[in-house]
Design a protein around this ligand. Structure first.
Ligand SMILES: [Zn+2]
Length: 168
C-alpha cells in the first residue's frame, strides 16, 4: 500500500465506521416505533421516545435502559432522549459535533481520558477530587455549550464523594 492509500483507509475507518450508529435508531423508529422523529439539531437528527397515548409518559423500551439515568444520548449523527428538553438537546448536540470532528477517535479519547482520571485518582488516593465522567473534557465542553454548570466539586457528584466512576 502507498502512503495515501493508508491515509484514505484510516480516514475511511474513522469516519465510515460511525455510520453503523444508524443501526440503532432507524429500526427503533421505522420498525418498532419506539422512537418518534423529532426534527433536526443542525445536521443531526433528533429522536424521542414514543409516548403512551393515555398518560403521555414516554414508553421505556428495553434499549432505553442502557441510557441509565441520562436524559438523552448523542451518537454521531443523531440524538435520542426521553422527552425534549432544550438543555439536553444542546448538550447531546455538543457530543454530536465532537463526534463529527473526531470520528471514531472520539471514543478512544473519551475512554482513555476517563481511564486516566480513574488511575491517577486511585494513585492519589481518597478523597477523590476528579470524577471520571463529570470531569471528562467532552462532558465539560458539552455542559458549557448547554449552559449547565461546568465546574463541579465532589459535593455535586450524583452519588457523593465516593463517586469516581459512573458505572459502579
Ligand atoms: Zn454528555
Amino acid at each position: 500500500m502507498t502512503w495515501w492509500q493508508i491515509v484514505l483507509l484510516v480516514v475511511g475507518i474513522n469516519w465510515g465506521v460511525p455510520l453503523l450508529a444508524w443501526l440503532y435508531p432507524l429500526p427503533m423508529w421505522l420498525i418498532f416505533k419506539d422512537f418518534v422523529f423529532d426534527g433536526w439539531h443542525g445536521p443531526f437528527a433528533k429522536f424521542r421516545l414514543a409516548t403512551d397515548k393515555d398518560t403521555d409518559d414516554p414508553i421505556e423500551p428495553w434499549h432505553a435502559n442502557a441510557w441509565r439515568g441520562w436524559g438523552g444520548v448523542g451518537l454521531h449523527w443523531y440524538m435520542c432522549y426521553r422527552w425534549h428538553n432544550p438543555r439536553t438537546e444542546l448538550h447531546e448536540g455538543g457530543h454530536c459535533w465532537q463526534q463529527l470532528a473526531c470520528g471514531l477517535m472520539w471514543w478512544v479519547i473519551y475512554f482513555v481520558h476517563m481511564g486516566w482520571i480513574v488511575v491517577t485518582q486511585r494513585i492519589k488516593g481518597k478523597p477523590y477530587t476528579r470524577h471520571a465522567y463529570l470531569d471528562s473534557i467532552w462532558e465539560r465542553m458539552a455542559r458549557k455549550r448547554a449552559g449547565q454548570p461546568v465546574e463541579l466539586t465532589p459535593k455535586d457528584w450524583p452519588h457523593g464523594k465516593k463517586d469516581l466512576w459512573p458505572w459502579w
